[in-house]
Design a protein around this ligand. Sequence first.
Ligand SMILES: O=c1ccn([C@@H]2O[C@H](COP(=O)(O)O)[C@@H](O)[C@H]2O)c(=O)[nH]1
Length: 601
Amino acid sequence: AQPGAASPVAAPMRDLQWGQLNFLHTTDTHGWHGGHLQESQYSADWGDYISFAHHLRKRADDEGRDLLLVDTGDRVEGNGLYDASDPKGKYYFDIYREQDVDIICTGNHELYQASTAEGEHRRTVPNFKSNYLASNLDYIDPKSGERIPMARRYKKFQTKNQKIDIVAFGFLFDFTGHANNTVVKKVRDTIKEEWFQQAIREKPDLFVVIGHVGVRMQEFEDIYTAIRKQNWHTPIAFFGGHAHVRDAVSFDDKAFAIASGRYMETIGWMSVDGIATKAAAENKALSGVTFKRRYIDNNLLGLYHHSGLDRDSFPTEHGRNVIKMIATARKELDLDYTYGCAPRDLWMTRSPYPSEDSIYSWLEGEVLPDVVVNEERKEKSRLAILNTGAIRFDIFKGPFTTDTTFIVSPFLSVLNYIPDVPYPVAKGVIDLLNNAGQILDAASETPDGPGPLDSRFMAIPEQFAITKSIIHERKDYSAASLEQSSEGQKPLGDDDDSSRKPALVGGYTTVDDLGEDGDDAVHSPLDFYTVPNCVQAEISFPIEGEPDTVDLVFLDFIQPWVLLALKFSGGDYGAKDVSLYKNGSFTDLMAGWIKENWKLC
Ligand SMILES: O=c1ccn([C@@H]2O[C@H](COP(=O)(O)O)[C@@H](O)[C@H]2O)c(=O)[nH]1
């Protein structure tokens, strides 16, 4: 863990269940390779993960099993370690490449900015050579203009110990918001291509499909159906991401998918047993394929537990060196520079919106009215609209640093506006953005499904998977009470007197297609309150009555939806009517507000 990170915390644990073939899976790490410095249960870092993978690979070798590492993209944007440098990612590429990842693919965040896509193509693709898969992604060479595959489309390989023949693919969901130096081919078209049709006619022992795709999204369903059409019996292991949740889906008794969360909070574990390899044809009496999964908290005590080591024996020299690389980068980037002190916790989904503790209520009530000011138009009444997806993480009470700035708001979005919109037209926009999903979606829908203006893209990614609030009645779980009731758990740490067990730490209590025992650590549950797609502040409104016209101010990211909503509300506006409201990214404006309004700790 990084110097100054919160000390790891003990919890009752569920063990890893090993199989013939085992996987460690990261996804949506979004630059959090330094770990969560403020959260004890997720404070291990990329260097610790390197030590962990080393020990698990050794165990696999010793026992004649196999272990593969998978990463399903969105490694960038969302943490100072990636975003605070100029150019972005100055330290990230060298830190990330230190892990031996066996199968890796691209996420949408590698593609929003042309410079990020270029960095991915120039640095990460060669760093991982033939392990990098791009089944439906092309890159446009800036010099020649030539369109080439981002990386190889698929790969065939055999595992080291069990000699399992694998055909692996690496997909991205049907993402349309990419910069113009990449081309994302729709999954449903890609699976009709000749190379894919040939690849699924191979007879491997196992198909592995990794993808920056939610495990319940149509794209995985389509790939599953295509493979099953050619292979009724071959097991398929899917690794997904994008929705930022822990989840697992059983497609059938031989096809299984996991999603391993977000932000380096989770290291996913999947094990597969009963694979009938051609290399061991005499063992074909195997009773059937079984898949197991665990969601490992990125907690040092848990990593010691799963590797059977302790704080002295766990760190490898390689792991320690990477911890130092991260610490040096964090220092050079001055990530601990403090803008001010957050007076209270501000939650994205742990408190209802609107409420005193909602980050969106704070933005709407305090930040937007102060920062959405254009000196030349400051007397004008205005509506300022922010999409909730623009905010990526909670703010914890205490120092708000350079790092926190990018953790909360990593994007380069600016404030645009349309001047003098009749108020009766403008006031209808927020309701349409939040409640007329079907109408907005229909306007961009294609014959094959949702179009680029799927209104869910404005909200937080978690809401792709969680569509209703989850409020837990009982929150006072203690380690002792849960330990007795759940099979296969045992306490971390050596205190055997259950009457002295501390209350459980709040965290994931995942329910997936295999049940409720997926998380490695037993947590007390956290509430999840759904949020609207957008929130809005009314600024400089008359004390009485309504303004005749307003300036309609919004983040540039949601411009296509705002223009569409204006049409439905009776206003015919297009891109030509939109101008920049104020210089500076929303991230800079928010950080500036904090500097002025929150005292130093
Ligand atoms: O400029 C941007 C880019 C993205 N967003 C929000 O992020 C999600 C996508 O996040 P994932 O991590 O890829 O799941 C997108 O739907 C937007 O809500 C943004 O607000 N601004």
